[in-house]
Write a protein that binds this ligand. Structure first.
Ligand code: E4P
Length: 217
């Protein structure tokens, strides 16, 4: 399973990159706004900086909602850097645009996916990635990981090439369960990635090893 970081914050991307396990980045308009980025030029510059930091796909989301808007924005975004993947919402116009991008060799990430039916449509349109939002599903009292399992099962049965990108991760356990469910990619906030490191027995064991090591000096 590939590890993407779900942020537009450069320090966090750098920290994940330093771990040596980062395969890509996802952003969305909320994450970009959180960084205080305003205006087309600043947005494009920020995406370029991220693309130059990470050797892998960087999802940049379109802001338009009509076919024409999505296609024209997506074409501009794709020109920023070869790492850019155009992130398109799961709406009727979005599916039409994803098919257009597929036919024109532009990579896409179909976002805001909450059902297996939506994931089938995204795959049929040729999306490079599909992003089921499992944390938001959990927030509404459904099982998000179950949806990941269902989509992985359907894609395997049908031979779809679209990669399942588990999104809206809230905890380290989400990451572990997505790996077990067969997700191709997990996009995570930095604290969830770092949370995978933690175990109290590791801390206790290391403490003891260091104490014993000191007696040998
Ligand atoms: C996915 O690409 C989205 O950016 C993200 O995972 C949404 O997560 P949230 O539900 O925590 O906002």
């Amino acid at each position: 399973m590939k590890f993407f970081i779900d942020t537009a914050n450069l320090d966090q991307i750098r920290e994940a990159q330093d771990l040596g396990i980062l395969d890509g980045v996802t952003t969305n308009p909320s994450l970009m706004a959180k960084e205080g980025i305003k205006g087309r030029d600043a947005i494009f510059e920020h995406y370029k900086t991220i693309c130059e930091m990470v050797d892998g796909p960087v999802s940049a989301e379109v802001l338009g909602t009509t076919f024409d808007e999505i296609v024209s924005e997506g074409k501009e975004l794709a020109k920023i850097h070869e790492h850019i993947v155009v992130k398109v919402p799961m709406i009727k116009e979005g599916i039409k645009a994803i098919k257009w991008f597929t036919d024109n060799d532009i990579k896409t990430n179909c976002t805001l996916v909450f059902s297996a039916g939506q994931a089938i449509l995204a795959a049929k349109a040729g999306a490079t990635f599909v992003s089921p939002f499992l944390g938001r599903i959990d927030d509404s009292n459904w099982d998000g990981v179950q949806l990941i399992e269902e989509i992985v099962g359907i894609y395997n049965a049908q031979g779809y090439m679209t990669e399942v990108l588990a999104a809206s991760i809230r905890t380290p356990l989400h990451i572990v369960r997505c790996a077990a469910a067969g997700a191709d990619v997990c996009t995570c906030p930095l604290p969830s990635i770092l949370g995978l490191l933690k175990h109290p027995l590791t801390d206790l064991g290391l403490q003891q090893f260091l104490k014993d090591a000191a007696t040998m000096k």
